[in-house]
Design a protein around this ligand. Structure first.
Ligand SMILES: Nc1ncnc2c1ncn2[C@@H]1O[C@H](COP(=O)(O)OP(=O)(O)OP(=O)(O)O)[C@@H](O)[C@H]1O
Ligand SMILES: [Mg+2]
Length: 384
Protein backbone atom coordinates (compact mmCIF):
# COMPACT_ATOMS: atom_id res chain seq x y z
CA UNK A 1 0.00 0.00 0.00
CA UNK A 2 1.17 3.52 -0.74
CA UNK A 3 1.28 4.89 2.73
CA UNK A 4 0.44 8.46 3.56
CA UNK A 5 3.83 10.12 4.29
CA UNK A 6 2.33 11.94 7.27
CA UNK A 7 1.30 8.67 8.83
CA UNK A 8 3.39 7.78 11.87
CA UNK A 9 3.78 4.02 11.85
CA UNK A 10 3.04 2.02 14.94
CA UNK A 11 4.65 -1.23 13.95
CA UNK A 12 5.43 -2.44 17.42
CA UNK A 13 1.89 -1.95 18.62
CA UNK A 14 0.56 -3.69 15.52
CA UNK A 15 2.82 -6.63 16.22
CA UNK A 16 1.75 -6.81 19.85
CA UNK A 17 -1.92 -6.68 19.02
CA UNK A 18 -1.64 -9.31 16.31
CA UNK A 19 0.42 -11.58 18.55
CA UNK A 20 -2.11 -11.31 21.32
CA UNK A 21 -5.03 -12.37 19.19
CA UNK A 22 -3.31 -14.72 16.75
CA UNK A 23 -1.06 -16.60 19.13
CA UNK A 24 -2.04 -15.46 22.60
CA UNK A 25 -4.93 -16.43 24.81
CA UNK A 26 -7.34 -13.74 23.63
CA UNK A 27 -9.59 -14.30 20.66
CA UNK A 28 -10.75 -10.73 20.74
CA UNK A 29 -9.53 -7.36 21.94
CA UNK A 30 -11.49 -4.20 22.50
CA UNK A 31 -9.52 -1.06 21.90
CA UNK A 32 -10.61 2.18 23.50
CA UNK A 33 -9.54 5.73 22.71
CA UNK A 34 -11.41 9.05 22.65
CA UNK A 35 -12.65 10.56 19.40
CA UNK A 36 -10.02 11.33 16.75
CA UNK A 37 -7.24 9.68 18.70
CA UNK A 38 -6.10 7.42 15.89
CA UNK A 39 -8.08 4.18 16.25
CA UNK A 40 -9.14 3.86 12.63
CA UNK A 41 -5.76 4.96 11.37
CA UNK A 42 -4.10 2.32 13.52
CA UNK A 43 -6.44 -0.44 12.36
CA UNK A 44 -6.31 0.36 8.68
CA UNK A 45 -2.77 1.65 8.23
CA UNK A 46 -0.80 -0.33 10.79
CA UNK A 47 -2.58 -3.43 11.98
CA UNK A 48 -4.17 -4.50 8.69
CA UNK A 49 -1.00 -4.29 6.54
CA UNK A 50 0.99 -6.05 9.24
CA UNK A 51 -1.54 -8.87 9.57
CA UNK A 52 -1.77 -9.23 5.78
CA UNK A 53 2.00 -9.39 5.50
CA UNK A 54 1.85 -12.29 7.95
CA UNK A 55 -0.64 -14.07 5.73
CA UNK A 56 -3.88 -13.26 7.52
CA UNK A 57 -7.00 -12.21 5.74
CA UNK A 58 -8.27 -8.92 7.16
CA UNK A 59 -11.85 -7.69 7.08
CA UNK A 60 -12.81 -4.18 8.17
CA UNK A 61 -16.24 -2.82 8.99
CA UNK A 62 -17.13 0.49 10.61
CA UNK A 63 -20.42 1.11 12.35
CA UNK A 64 -19.87 4.83 12.80
CA UNK A 65 -22.73 6.79 11.32
CA UNK A 66 -23.11 4.20 8.61
CA UNK A 67 -26.08 4.95 6.40
CA UNK A 68 -26.61 1.19 6.18
CA UNK A 69 -27.74 -1.09 8.96
CA UNK A 70 -24.96 -2.92 10.85
CA UNK A 71 -25.97 -6.20 9.23
CA UNK A 72 -25.68 -4.66 5.77
CA UNK A 73 -22.28 -3.22 6.67
CA UNK A 74 -21.05 -6.63 7.82
CA UNK A 75 -22.45 -8.57 4.88
CA UNK A 76 -20.88 -6.11 2.49
CA UNK A 77 -17.47 -6.29 4.16
CA UNK A 78 -17.52 -10.08 4.24
CA UNK A 79 -18.70 -10.62 0.68
CA UNK A 80 -16.17 -8.13 -0.66
CA UNK A 81 -13.35 -9.75 1.27
CA UNK A 82 -13.87 -12.83 -0.87
CA UNK A 83 -13.29 -10.92 -4.09
CA UNK A 84 -10.16 -8.92 -3.31
CA UNK A 85 -7.54 -10.10 -0.95
CA UNK A 86 -6.05 -6.81 0.21
CA UNK A 87 -7.94 -4.54 2.52
CA UNK A 88 -6.43 -1.38 1.02
CA UNK A 89 -7.89 -2.30 -2.39
CA UNK A 90 -11.26 -3.11 -0.90
CA UNK A 91 -11.43 0.17 0.99
CA UNK A 92 -10.53 2.07 -2.16
CA UNK A 93 -13.27 0.40 -4.12
CA UNK A 94 -15.98 0.47 -1.50
CA UNK A 95 -18.74 1.30 -3.89
CA UNK A 96 -21.87 0.73 -1.88
CA UNK A 97 -22.55 4.42 -1.62
CA UNK A 98 -23.30 4.53 -5.31
CA UNK A 99 -24.40 0.96 -5.87
CA UNK A 100 -25.86 -0.44 -2.69
CA UNK A 101 -26.69 -3.79 -4.30
CA UNK A 102 -24.80 -6.81 -3.11
CA UNK A 103 -24.48 -10.09 -4.93
CA UNK A 104 -24.65 -12.95 -2.46
CA UNK A 105 -22.07 -15.67 -2.78
CA UNK A 106 -24.33 -18.48 -1.58
CA UNK A 107 -27.96 -19.37 -1.44
CA UNK A 108 -29.74 -17.98 1.60
CA UNK A 109 -31.10 -20.92 3.59
CA UNK A 110 -34.85 -21.41 3.60
CA UNK A 111 -35.75 -18.61 1.23
CA UNK A 112 -35.33 -20.12 -2.18
CA UNK A 113 -32.92 -17.26 -2.80
CA UNK A 114 -30.07 -18.61 -4.89
CA UNK A 115 -26.45 -17.68 -5.05
CA UNK A 116 -25.71 -14.67 -7.28
CA UNK A 117 -28.93 -13.13 -6.02
CA UNK A 118 -28.66 -9.40 -5.54
CA UNK A 119 -29.99 -7.82 -2.39
CA UNK A 120 -30.50 -4.12 -1.88
CA UNK A 121 -28.48 -3.23 1.22
CA UNK A 122 -30.39 -0.03 1.87
CA UNK A 123 -33.53 -2.05 2.50
CA UNK A 124 -32.08 -3.94 5.45
CA UNK A 125 -33.45 -1.81 8.26
CA UNK A 126 -34.55 -2.63 11.79
CA UNK A 127 -34.47 -6.18 13.10
CA UNK A 128 -32.25 -8.31 10.90
CA UNK A 129 -34.09 -11.12 9.06
CA UNK A 130 -33.17 -14.56 10.42
CA UNK A 131 -32.26 -15.95 7.03
CA UNK A 132 -29.68 -13.25 6.53
CA UNK A 133 -28.26 -13.88 9.98
CA UNK A 134 -27.77 -17.48 8.88
CA UNK A 135 -26.09 -16.22 5.76
CA UNK A 136 -23.82 -14.07 7.92
CA UNK A 137 -22.84 -17.12 9.96
CA UNK A 138 -22.23 -19.08 6.78
CA UNK A 139 -19.98 -16.30 5.44
CA UNK A 140 -18.05 -16.08 8.69
CA UNK A 141 -17.58 -19.84 8.49
CA UNK A 142 -16.22 -19.57 4.99
CA UNK A 143 -13.71 -16.80 5.77
CA UNK A 144 -12.52 -18.56 8.94
CA UNK A 145 -8.99 -20.04 8.67
CA UNK A 146 -7.42 -22.15 11.36
CA UNK A 147 -3.79 -21.97 10.27
CA UNK A 148 -3.65 -18.19 9.91
CA UNK A 149 -6.78 -16.87 11.51
CA UNK A 150 -8.81 -14.23 9.75
CA UNK A 151 -8.81 -10.88 11.54
CA UNK A 152 -12.05 -8.94 11.79
CA UNK A 153 -11.65 -5.25 12.54
CA UNK A 154 -14.94 -3.88 13.82
CA UNK A 155 -14.71 -0.13 14.25
CA UNK A 156 -16.90 1.95 16.60
CA UNK A 157 -18.67 -1.13 17.79
CA UNK A 158 -20.46 0.72 20.62
CA UNK A 159 -22.89 1.89 17.95
CA UNK A 160 -24.34 -1.63 17.99
CA UNK A 161 -25.43 -1.12 21.59
CA UNK A 162 -27.47 1.95 20.72
CA UNK A 163 -30.51 0.21 19.36
CA UNK A 164 -32.37 -2.80 20.66
CA UNK A 165 -33.05 -3.90 17.12
CA UNK A 166 -29.36 -4.82 16.83
CA UNK A 167 -29.54 -7.32 19.68
CA UNK A 168 -30.16 -10.38 17.46
CA UNK A 169 -27.25 -9.38 15.22
CA UNK A 170 -24.90 -8.93 18.16
CA UNK A 171 -25.97 -12.28 19.63
CA UNK A 172 -25.49 -14.00 16.27
CA UNK A 173 -22.06 -12.44 15.87
CA UNK A 174 -21.02 -13.63 19.31
CA UNK A 175 -22.18 -17.18 18.53
CA UNK A 176 -20.44 -17.19 15.16
CA UNK A 177 -17.18 -16.06 16.74
CA UNK A 178 -17.54 -18.52 19.62
CA UNK A 179 -17.89 -21.39 17.19
CA UNK A 180 -14.63 -20.45 15.47
CA UNK A 181 -12.23 -19.59 18.23
CA UNK A 182 -9.27 -20.74 16.19
CA UNK A 183 -10.14 -19.36 12.81
CA UNK A 184 -11.64 -15.95 13.53
CA UNK A 185 -10.06 -13.26 15.67
CA UNK A 186 -11.45 -9.80 16.23
CA UNK A 187 -10.44 -6.33 17.27
CA UNK A 188 -13.28 -4.06 18.31
CA UNK A 189 -12.81 -0.35 18.79
CA UNK A 190 -14.89 2.22 20.56
CA UNK A 191 -14.71 5.88 21.45
CA UNK A 192 -17.15 5.71 24.34
CA UNK A 193 -16.24 3.88 27.51
CA UNK A 194 -19.88 3.70 28.45
CA UNK A 195 -20.78 2.34 25.02
CA UNK A 196 -18.05 -0.27 25.18
CA UNK A 197 -19.14 -1.24 28.68
CA UNK A 198 -22.64 -1.78 27.33
CA UNK A 199 -21.19 -4.27 24.87
CA UNK A 200 -18.55 -6.00 26.96
CA UNK A 201 -18.64 -5.27 30.67
CA UNK A 202 -22.20 -5.34 31.91
CA UNK A 203 -23.25 -8.70 33.18
CA UNK A 204 -26.10 -8.79 30.72
CA UNK A 205 -24.03 -7.58 27.78
CA UNK A 206 -23.88 -10.00 24.83
CA UNK A 207 -20.11 -9.82 24.71
CA UNK A 208 -19.70 -9.96 28.51
CA UNK A 209 -16.04 -10.70 29.21
CA UNK A 210 -15.63 -11.76 25.61
CA UNK A 211 -12.92 -9.28 24.71
CA UNK A 212 -9.74 -8.28 26.50
CA UNK A 213 -9.98 -4.51 26.93
CA UNK A 214 -6.99 -2.33 26.16
CA UNK A 215 -6.56 1.41 25.81
CA UNK A 216 -4.93 2.60 22.61
CA UNK A 217 -1.62 4.00 23.87
CA UNK A 218 -1.52 7.73 23.17
CA UNK A 219 0.85 9.13 20.57
CA UNK A 220 3.82 10.91 22.14
CA UNK A 221 6.97 12.80 21.14
CA UNK A 222 8.16 10.51 18.32
CA UNK A 223 4.86 11.21 16.56
CA UNK A 224 5.47 14.96 16.81
CA UNK A 225 9.04 14.53 15.57
CA UNK A 226 7.80 12.53 12.61
CA UNK A 227 5.22 15.11 11.61
CA UNK A 228 7.79 17.91 11.92
CA UNK A 229 10.21 16.00 9.70
CA UNK A 230 7.58 15.59 7.01
CA UNK A 231 6.74 19.27 7.38
CA UNK A 232 10.38 20.18 6.79
CA UNK A 233 10.64 17.98 3.72
CA UNK A 234 7.43 19.31 2.27
CA UNK A 235 7.88 23.00 2.96
CA UNK A 236 11.65 23.43 3.35
CA UNK A 237 10.82 25.30 6.53
CA UNK A 238 11.52 24.29 10.11
CA UNK A 239 9.15 24.53 13.05
CA UNK A 240 10.50 24.94 16.57
CA UNK A 241 10.36 21.42 18.05
CA UNK A 242 9.87 22.56 21.66
CA UNK A 243 7.06 24.94 20.89
CA UNK A 244 5.39 22.35 18.69
CA UNK A 245 5.66 19.71 21.40
CA UNK A 246 4.09 22.19 23.78
CA UNK A 247 1.34 22.86 21.25
CA UNK A 248 0.74 19.11 21.02
CA UNK A 249 0.25 19.03 24.81
CA UNK A 250 -2.14 21.95 24.66
CA UNK A 251 -4.11 20.05 22.07
CA UNK A 252 -4.54 17.22 24.57
CA UNK A 253 -2.05 15.17 22.56
CA UNK A 254 -4.66 14.59 19.96
CA UNK A 255 -3.12 13.66 16.59
CA UNK A 256 -6.00 15.03 14.59
CA UNK A 257 -5.88 18.45 16.25
CA UNK A 258 -2.12 18.50 15.88
CA UNK A 259 -2.18 17.65 12.19
CA UNK A 260 -4.74 20.38 11.68
CA UNK A 261 -2.34 22.83 13.29
CA UNK A 262 0.57 21.67 11.16
CA UNK A 263 -1.54 21.88 8.01
CA UNK A 264 -2.52 25.41 8.90
CA UNK A 265 1.12 26.36 9.27
CA UNK A 266 1.98 24.57 6.05
CA UNK A 267 -0.47 26.53 3.95
CA UNK A 268 0.21 29.88 5.56
CA UNK A 269 3.88 30.58 6.41
CA UNK A 270 2.88 33.74 8.26
CA UNK A 271 1.29 31.80 11.09
CA UNK A 272 3.07 31.60 14.42
CA UNK A 273 2.42 28.62 16.67
CA UNK A 274 -0.04 30.60 18.74
CA UNK A 275 -1.90 32.16 15.82
CA UNK A 276 -2.02 28.68 14.28
CA UNK A 277 -3.53 27.32 17.48
CA UNK A 278 -6.05 30.12 17.49
CA UNK A 279 -6.95 29.35 13.91
CA UNK A 280 -7.67 25.66 14.43
CA UNK A 281 -9.60 26.24 17.64
CA UNK A 282 -12.91 27.04 15.99
CA UNK A 283 -12.53 24.31 13.38
CA UNK A 284 -12.12 21.71 16.07
CA UNK A 285 -14.98 22.65 18.31
CA UNK A 286 -17.32 22.96 15.36
CA UNK A 287 -16.02 19.73 13.84
CA UNK A 288 -16.60 17.76 16.98
CA UNK A 289 -19.97 19.36 17.57
CA UNK A 290 -19.14 21.01 20.91
CA UNK A 291 -21.31 24.11 20.44
CA UNK A 292 -24.32 21.99 19.47
CA UNK A 293 -23.79 19.64 22.39
CA UNK A 294 -23.59 22.62 24.71
CA UNK A 295 -26.71 24.28 23.39
CA UNK A 296 -28.72 21.13 23.96
CA UNK A 297 -28.03 21.12 27.73
CA UNK A 298 -30.08 22.59 30.56
CA UNK A 299 -28.36 24.95 33.02
CA UNK A 300 -27.86 22.30 35.70
CA UNK A 301 -26.44 19.87 33.14
CA UNK A 302 -24.07 22.55 31.89
CA UNK A 303 -22.81 23.51 35.32
CA UNK A 304 -22.41 19.88 36.33
CA UNK A 305 -20.34 19.18 33.21
CA UNK A 306 -18.32 22.33 33.75
CA UNK A 307 -17.56 21.48 37.40
CA UNK A 308 -16.37 18.00 36.41
CA UNK A 309 -14.29 19.51 33.63
CA UNK A 310 -12.63 21.82 36.19
CA UNK A 311 -11.62 18.75 38.14
CA UNK A 312 -14.34 18.71 40.83
CA UNK A 313 -15.32 15.23 42.00
CA UNK A 314 -17.94 13.54 44.19
CA UNK A 315 -20.88 15.25 42.50
CA UNK A 316 -23.36 14.14 45.16
CA UNK A 317 -21.40 15.68 47.99
CA UNK A 318 -22.66 18.77 49.74
CA UNK A 319 -19.58 20.76 48.66
CA UNK A 320 -20.16 19.97 45.02
CA UNK A 321 -23.89 20.68 45.17
CA UNK A 322 -23.41 23.97 46.99
CA UNK A 323 -20.91 25.11 44.39
CA UNK A 324 -23.36 24.02 41.72
CA UNK A 325 -26.13 26.02 43.40
CA UNK A 326 -23.89 29.07 43.52
CA UNK A 327 -23.06 28.73 39.82
CA UNK A 328 -26.77 28.49 39.06
CA UNK A 329 -27.62 31.40 41.33
CA UNK A 330 -29.86 29.14 43.36
CA UNK A 331 -29.92 26.80 46.36
CA UNK A 332 -27.86 23.64 46.30
CA UNK A 333 -29.75 21.14 44.11
CA UNK A 334 -30.69 17.78 45.60
CA UNK A 335 -28.56 14.71 44.94
CA UNK A 336 -31.44 13.33 42.88
CA UNK A 337 -31.37 16.34 40.55
CA UNK A 338 -27.62 16.03 40.14
CA UNK A 339 -28.12 12.35 39.44
CA UNK A 340 -30.67 13.13 36.72
CA UNK A 341 -28.32 15.67 35.15
CA UNK A 342 -25.46 13.17 35.19
CA UNK A 343 -27.61 10.47 33.60
CA UNK A 344 -28.54 12.77 30.75
CA UNK A 345 -24.91 13.82 30.27
CA UNK A 346 -23.94 10.16 30.28
CA UNK A 347 -26.51 9.30 27.62
CA UNK A 348 -25.11 12.11 25.48
CA UNK A 349 -21.63 10.64 25.89
CA UNK A 350 -20.35 13.75 27.69
CA UNK A 351 -19.52 12.14 31.04
CA UNK A 352 -18.92 8.59 32.19
CA UNK A 353 -17.93 6.56 35.23
CA UNK A 354 -15.94 3.95 33.40
CA UNK A 355 -12.90 4.63 35.57
CA UNK A 356 -14.86 4.51 38.80
CA UNK A 357 -15.54 8.25 39.22
CA UNK A 358 -17.77 10.61 37.32
CA UNK A 359 -15.63 12.49 34.81
CA UNK A 360 -15.71 14.14 31.39
CA UNK A 361 -15.65 11.48 28.69
CA UNK A 362 -13.86 13.64 26.13
CA UNK A 363 -10.86 15.70 27.30
CA UNK A 364 -11.24 18.00 24.30
CA UNK A 365 -14.74 18.92 25.36
CA UNK A 366 -13.49 19.46 28.91
CA UNK A 367 -10.81 21.85 27.67
CA UNK A 368 -13.31 23.73 25.60
CA UNK A 369 -15.62 24.06 28.58
CA UNK A 370 -13.12 25.16 31.19
CA UNK A 371 -11.76 27.85 28.92
CA UNK A 372 -15.26 29.26 28.71
CA UNK A 373 -15.33 29.00 24.93
CA UNK A 374 -19.08 28.63 25.00
CA UNK A 375 -19.17 32.24 26.16
CA UNK A 376 -15.96 34.19 25.77
CA UNK A 377 -13.22 34.49 23.20
CA UNK A 378 -10.50 33.02 25.36
CA UNK A 379 -8.18 30.55 23.80
CA UNK A 380 -9.48 27.33 25.24
CA UNK A 381 -6.69 25.16 24.04
CA UNK A 382 -4.09 26.92 26.11
CA UNK A 383 -5.71 25.67 29.29
CA UNK A 384 -5.17 22.15 30.46
N1 LIG B 1 -0.40 7.30 13.43
C1 LIG B 1 -0.80 8.48 12.95
N2 LIG B 1 0.02 9.23 12.18
C2 LIG B 1 -0.35 10.42 11.70
N3 LIG B 1 -1.55 10.95 11.89
C3 LIG B 1 -2.44 10.28 12.66
C4 LIG B 1 -2.11 9.01 13.22
N4 LIG B 1 -3.17 8.57 13.91
C5 LIG B 1 -4.10 9.52 13.79
N5 LIG B 1 -3.68 10.54 13.03
C6 LIG B 1 -4.43 11.75 12.68
O1 LIG B 1 -5.58 11.82 13.50
C7 LIG B 1 -6.76 11.76 12.72
C8 LIG B 1 -7.79 10.97 13.47
O2 LIG B 1 -7.43 9.60 13.48
P1 LIG B 1 -8.52 8.47 13.37
O3 LIG B 1 -9.58 8.82 12.41
O4 LIG B 1 -7.80 7.21 13.21
O5 LIG B 1 -9.12 8.57 14.85
P2 LIG B 1 -10.29 7.73 15.47
O6 LIG B 1 -9.85 7.43 16.86
O7 LIG B 1 -10.67 6.62 14.59
O8 LIG B 1 -11.41 8.84 15.52
P3 LIG B 1 -13.01 8.78 15.39
O9 LIG B 1 -13.49 8.70 16.80
O10 LIG B 1 -13.34 10.10 14.77
O11 LIG B 1 -13.34 7.60 14.55
C9 LIG B 1 -6.34 11.15 11.41
O12 LIG B 1 -7.20 11.58 10.38
C10 LIG B 1 -4.94 11.71 11.25
O13 LIG B 1 -4.98 13.02 10.78
MG1 LIG C 1 -12.42 6.10 13.68
Amino acid sequence: MNRDPWHFRRDELAEQVLNTIAHGPAQTLSLFAPRRAGKTEFLVQDLAPHAEAQGHRVIYASFWQAPLSPLAVLLHALEKSREQSRLADRIRTTAWRVAPKLKLSAAVPGTGTGAETEIDLTRLKGEPPTDLLLHLDDLLGRVSRNARPTVLLLDEVQELARSRSNAPLVAALRTSLDKRREGLKAVFTGSSRTGLAAMFSNRKAPFFHFATPIDLPPLVKPFVDHVLTVFRKTSKRTLDPDRMLDAFDRLHRNPYFFRLLVQTMLYDPDHTVSSGLEHVRERISVDLGYPEAWLALTPIQRETARALAMGASKPFSRVFREALGAALGDEAPSAARVQAALRRLERLGIVDTARGEWELADPGFGGWLTAGKEGSEQEWMSRK
